[in-house]
Design a protein around this ligand. Structure first.
Ligand SMILES: NC(=O)c1ccc[n+]([C@@H]2O[C@H](COP(=O)([O-])OP(=O)(O)OC[C@H]3O[C@@H](n4cnc5c(N)ncnc54)[C@H](O)[C@@H]3O)[C@@H](O)[C@H]2O)c1
Length: 322
């Protein structure tokens, strides 16, 4: 199979590149490097099955040669990234998705959409099954991401209904692991870099809000399963093990051996209080469930950061800027 991955230089995309190449597939990675980086792909540079194209998919997407599947992951994903790039986020979720879908249609290829748990907004239903339509503020600062993804889902569904494109929507819940950017402002990286740099761990609000965290290898197995079948979705992919922010902070302090204190800050606007996927559908349709627990995943992620002091220095400098 030859797979086009938009956003393939990012955190999840680069792991998906690895997984596909490992099983013998070809990969065309298309990325504008706006939030991703070539360092994530450095080890693939001379791989015969790998091609990298530096392109903004909001402007168009054409790929020479055979295309069997298009995995559309291009989009800023962390709140600091999409709040810094609001118009680009809307563009890639709308025009970018349109171009990626058109490419899949031209080649009769499978289309995979990396959607998000953010489509549930601040959920009035807990935990969140795929049938829940969400509770999203359409005009708040975070709407640039949430609504772009909801629009992407609508577009993919309309393509499938009217043009017969084989589309598969996955709603990804918080995923973490090696290659996350130390500066992306996501809670796992914030805590790990703060703990390793001896800085206080910033907890927004009282810290009782919960998230569920999925290790990247588990998530990538789910993406492969969705690429390999004809299931339209949406399918939630995430780890249903729910933890409070304070629990996560304690776990990171233990994993790093750090003595950093916890510092409470004001909760950002529209920050959802709880998030946990119902993953029954993923089990039934993809035979998928997560296998790596939070303690083990955090241990692996900490080990990756410890081996990259330059990442930690970068995170410390970003913290000074704030
Ligand atoms: N990581 C998570 O926990 C999570 C959760 C839910 C959904 N997702 C989704 O998964 C996808 C990947 O997320 P990630 O965590 O790897 O983020 P990331 O920022 O590391 O990767 C996104 C990639 O897309 C690229 N990109 C952005 N706009 C582009 C454009 N216009 N043209 C070409 N490339 C562009 C970036 O340069 C980057 O390499 C995103 O679509 C995100 O919404 C991720």
């Amino acid at each position: 199979m030859r797979v086009v991955i938009t956003g393939g230089a990012g955190f999840l995309g680069s792991h998906l590149c690895d997984a596909l190449l490992e099983r013998g597939d070809g990969v065309v990675c298309v990325d504008d490097l706006s939030t991703g980086r070539l360092a994530n792909l450095e080890h693939l540079r001379d791989h015969p099955g790998f091609v990298f194209l530096e392109r903004d998919v909001s402007r168009g997407l054409d790929v020479a040669g055979r295309v069997d599947a298009v995995a559309h992951l291009a989009s800023p994903a962390s709140p600091p990234d999409y709040l810094r790039r609001p118009l680009e986020t809307l563009a890639v979720g709308s025009r970018g998705t349109e171009h990626a879908l058109a490419l899949a249609r031209r080649h009769g290829a499978r289309f995979l959409l990396a959607s998000t748990s953010e489509v549930y907004g601040s959920p009035a239903v807990h935990p969140q099954p795929e049938e829940y339509w969400g509770n999203v503020n359409p005009i708040g600062p975070r709407s640039v991401y949430d609504e772009a993804k909801r629009f992407s889902e609508a577009l993919a569904s309309a393509h499938a209904r009217t043009l017969g494109t084989s589309t598969g929507i996955v709603r990804i819940f918080n995923t973490y692991g090696p290659r996350m950017s130390a500066r992306d402002g996501r809670v796992v990286t914030n805590f790990i870099t703060q703990a390793l740099n001896g800085e206080p761990l910033t907890v927004y609000g009282g810290g009782a809000q919960t998230r569920s965290f999925c290790y990247v290898d588990d998530l990538v197995r789910g993406l492969l399963a969705m690429l390999d079948c004809a299931e339209p979705g949406p399918v939630n992919l995430g780890n249903p093990e729910e933890r409070t922010m304070l629990e996560l902070a304690e776990l990171v302090l233990r994993a790093t051996g750090s003595r950093s204190p916890v510092l409470h800050r004001t909760l950002p606007q529209d920050d959802p209080p709880r998030r946990r996927p119902v993953i029954t559908r993923a089990g039934q349709t993809l035979g998928w469930s997560p296998e790596i627990g939070l303690e083990e995943g955090i241990r692996r992620t900490v080990a990756w950061f410890v081996a990259r002091p330059e990442e930690l220095r970068g995170a410390a400098l970003t913290a000074l800027d704030r």
